[in-house]
Design a protein around this ligand. Structure first.
Ligand code: SF4
Ligand code: SF4
Ligand code: SF4
Length: 484
């Protein structure tokens, strides 16, 4: 028998009804009768205990027994008003920093030989712009040593090279690799690099292959797509032909290195996305290489772009996503495993399949999702040796800086970032999707502060996206998805 208002969110997909249980983070398929009953409870916050009991008594026996069973399993509890938002790892963060680092990305230069139109360093974003600043060899070696000193408990470590365009600092990278291989001897060590590929040479390709690099190449699609946005700084000319030449070179001199390459494609919805998707699945030189797409980043844009995206582009994009989903449930579409839009499946997998489901939420501490352990999952070191949670946050903001190679971690600041949800605690406590929230400190920073208004400005989009993901997840599961 239920006598309180449960902390749930109801979801309807076509004729199917589901409940999302906030306390347990569980999703349950329910009958129409239960849906109507629960909807009555949550739509009327002043409903009394007696009214709830009397509504319950009018339900069919089957529905009552389903409700009782859900309650025995910890579902349908009421909201715990005493819950305090505090990340469960807050007190262990300092300990993690001492011995558990396993990944560091070095910004070896702030310069780039390209001027991609949507680049976060292009000047259109609240962030630094392209500059001639480069990491000194001293700082780079100190950073690698810092990683060594703080990774005693990690069986494997990864060092990434990032820019600007990291290959502008090829000599520095070679010295870092040599030093890292010396000091990490006996530990599993791997390297990665994100590059526009235009500066690859026979020598650098052989070097990257010999040292087992994973190389992510920025390629947006066929010539007309790539050349629209990814242009050389010196000539304003497109880069497609050069990138293809460099890939041909890799195939010729180190064909086995191709398996270590992947593409990162920025999806600009003002272009024909179906032709981009086809390109990655069918074009000879690229079809064996995995691709991960991502949409143009609108966070921190100084001015939101005014140009309207024509509706047919959204339709084309949605159709590509639909085909990826269909491919995960049937064998009707060949090749869609390597579609540009496959990242929708992996994102769904991470958010829905990998989520924790609890028997009952007993702890008085909890915390919205969305924030990583800053510096533990990733650690970004800029040219000056300042450390940030990752390369995606605004590196010109001190509030997002978690210390420096020279002075060590700024524990208090790192704890503040980990608990960024504190700034909107009242709102988040009332939010049905807080456990799956997607917003981190990068989306709260504004003018050097963690800003509640900025964080909350993303809530509508975040809630919409979570509800869509729940719907897609249950639908894909229903139709036997192999990947979700
Ligand atoms: S290659 Fe990367 S860093 Fe260089 S302009 Fe393009 S997006 Fe920016
Ligand atoms: S984007 Fe946010 S959650 Fe993701 S790694 Fe960076 S700081 Fe962490
Ligand atoms: S969507 Fe907004 S209100 Fe909800 S948990 Fe995230 S930040 Fe808080």
């Amino acid at each position: 028998m239920i006598e309180h208002i449960p902390y749930i969110h109801l979801i309807e997909i076509y004729n199917e009804k589901y409940l999302y249980d906030v306390n347990t983070n569980g999703i349950v398929h329910i009958s129409d009768e239960m849906f109507v009953f629960l909807n009555k409870l949550i739509s009327n916050t002043s409903i009394s205990k007696e009214q709830i009991s009397s509504e319950y008594n009018t339900l069919s026996e089957e529905c009552q027994s389903d409700i009782d069973l859900l309650m025995q399993r910890g579902f349908l509890c009421d909201k715990n008003e005493n819950i305090v938002f505090r990340h469960p790892e807050t007190d262990r963060l300092e300990e993690f920093y001492k011995t558990n680092l396993n990944m560091m990305t070095l910004q070896v230069t702030q310069n780039c030989n390209l001027r991609c139109k949507y680049c976060v360093y292009s000047g259109s974003y609240v962030n630094r712009t392209h500059m001639n600043k480069r990491m000194s060899l001293k700082t780079a070696i100190e950073a690698v040593k810092f990683l060594y000193d703080h990774s005693l408990n990690s069986d494997s470590v990864t060092i990434g090279f990032y820019g600007g365009e990291p290959l502008l600092e090829y000599e520095l990278i070679k010295q870092c690799v040599q030093y890292a291989e010396e000091i990490f001897a006996g530990k599993k060590l791997s390297f990665n690099m994100t590059s526009n590929a235009t500066l690859l040479t026979e020598d650098s390709i052989k070097f990257l292959a010999e040292h087992g690099f994973n190389l992510t190449i920025s390629l947006d699609g066929p010539a007309n797509i790539q050349n629209k946005n990814r242009i050389f700084a010196a000539s304003n000319k497109g880069t497609y032909e050069t990138v293809m030449e460099r890939l041909e070179l890799v195939k010729k001199i180190c064909p086995e290195f191709i398996k270590n390459i992947s593409f990162n494609a920025v999806i600009d919805l003002k272009q024909d996305v179906s032709c981009t998707s086809q390109f990655f699945m069918t074009y000879d030189l690229v079809k064996e290489i995995g691709v991960s797409g991502n949409y143009v980043d609108v966070n921190n844009l100084k001015e939101l772009e005014q140009d309207e995206v024509p509706p047919e582009f959204y339709a084309n994009s949605n159709y590509e996503v639909f085909k990826v989903y269909l491919n995960s449930c049937t064998n009707l579409l060949k090749g869609y495993d390597s579609s540009l839009y496959n990242f929708h499946i992996s994102a769904l997998h991470n958010q829905m399949v990998e989520r924790n489901v609890y028997n009952k939420h007993d702890s008085c501490y909890d915390c919205p999702g969305g924030q990583c352990l800053p510096g533990i999952q990733r650690l970004f070191v800029n040219v000056d040796g300042k450390m940030f949670p990752c390369e995606r946050v605004n590196e010109s903001s001190d509030i997002l800086c978690i210390g420096s190679i020279q002075e060590g971690f700024d524990i208090e600041n790192a704890k503040n970032l980990l608990n960024v949800a504190k700034i909107s605690e009242n709102e988040c406590k009332k939010c049905w999707c807080y456990k799956m929230c997607e917003l981190c400190c990068g989306k709260a920073e504004n003018n050097g502060k963690l800003d509640k208004g900025k964080r909350l400005s993303f809530c509508k989009t975040s809630r919409y996206s979570i509800e869509e993901n729940i719907k897609n997840y249950v639908t894909l599961k229903k139709y036997g998805s192999r990947t979700v």
